[in-house]
Write a protein that binds this ligand. Structure first.
Ligand SMILES: Nc1ncnc2c1ncn2[C@@H]1O[C@H](COP(=O)(O)OP(=O)(O)OP(=O)(O)O)[C@@H](O)[C@H]1O
Length: 307
């Protein structure tokens, strides 16, 4: 089997990165050919994945965090061979996509389980939004795209110099608390499958293929990767104190029973800003831009070799 690896050498913790030589040795023992391409910055993972697929890889494995996983999926699905199988070895800070699976414990067992796993079709998301420079951005995603307070949170997590030694989930919690204190609800019109469903101030809206974001928050507990729909979780505009109350419940999924939260299922989601400020976006742990945005669920589009 020809395996292409897209690795982010700076993703996640130093402890997770120290496992890489063992993961690589295990992969090399079991694959006839391995090509490793390392990223240096934004966009590299998508470019590398595209070139590996175009070059005939049977399987492309992302090694890194949610950003690397999402970009790799985008590269595969925009290549000349979008049916190329995808898998991942999660080494990220938040590592939320991996929470939808149960990877085996040690590196050798993880690689063995990954290579023995069947390939199944799962949904992918396609997002269009306005980039930081105002130009249109189009990108596939594997896990979750969201906007409202998640936008500044993901920017803060990704750019902060301090706290890099904290465990990933604690780092997300710290930055979430900081940004919730600063956040003022933004007006949004939400249209689901062509029908205006909500107009008003929001704290957050998450368009979910997978179930976790924010370093372990179980934001869409009923989301299923291969059901052909997004779970859309809407947290309406609320005073800061109420948002802090919900933050605690988000880890267990208990927030969905709170009156401030509504959950919908949809195939297409459109979000437009109402008023002066356009909510900032988060897409698989990266910061692609701001509203207006459109999200399309692509049923069964990604061929995933998963644990
Ligand atoms: N060699 C590199 N040096 C610095 N930044 C890089 C490098 N390669 C990729 N990046 C950046 O890393 C980000 C992706 O990080 P990734 O998602 O893999 O890990 P993480 O942020 O630690 O984990 P998570 O997204 O799960 O929280 C992208 O913004 C990308 O531009």
């Amino acid at each position: 089997m020809k395996i292409g690896i897209v690795r982010n050498p700076v993703a996640g913790s130093a402890a997770a990165r120290r496992l890489w030589p063992r993961l690589l040795a295990a992969l090399r023992r079991q694959a006839s050919e391995t090509t490793i391409l390392e990223t240096r910055g934004a966009g590299d993972a998508a470019r590398h994945a595209r070139s590996l697929c175009d070059g005939g890889a049977d399987l492309v494995i992302a090694v890194g965090g949610d950003g690397t996983i999402g970009e790799t999926v985008d590269g595969i699905l925009t290549s000349s061979r979008p049916e190329t199988a995808f898998s991942f070895l999660a080494q990220g800070t938040g590592a939320d996509f991996a929470r939808n699976f149960s990877p085996a414990g040690d590196p050798e067992a993880m690689v063995e389980a990954l290579l023995a796993a069947p390939v199944r079709s799962v949904d992918a998301g396609l997002m269009h939004c306005r980039g930081e420079d105002g130009a249109p951005v189009e990108r596939h995603f594997a896990n979750i795209a969201s906007f409202g307070v998640p936008g500044p949170i993901v920017r803060s997590v990704n750019t902060a110099k301090r706290g890099r030694s904290m465990p990933g989930s604690l780092r997300f919690l710290y930055h979430s608390a900081r940004e919730i204190l600063r956040y003022r609800p933004e007006g949004v019109r939400l249209t689901l499958d062509g029908k205006i469903t909500f107009e008003g101030p929001i704290t957050a809206i998450a368009v979910c293929n997978g179930a976790w974001f924010g370093g372990g928050m179980h934001v869409a507990p009923d989301a299923v990767l291969d059901d052909g729909f997004f779970d859309v979780v809407l947290l309406g505009g609320a005073p800061t104190l109420n948002v802090f109350g919900l933050l605690n419940k988000l880890y267990s999924g208990a927030h969905i029973r709170d009156p401030l939260v509504r959950v919908f299922r949809a195939r297409t989601v459109e979000a437009e800003p109402l008023g002066g400020r356009a909510a900032l976006m988060d897409c698989d742990g990266e910061a692609p831009g701001s509203l207006p945005a459109r999200f399309e669920c692509l049923p069964g589009r990604l061929r995933l070799k998963s644990f």
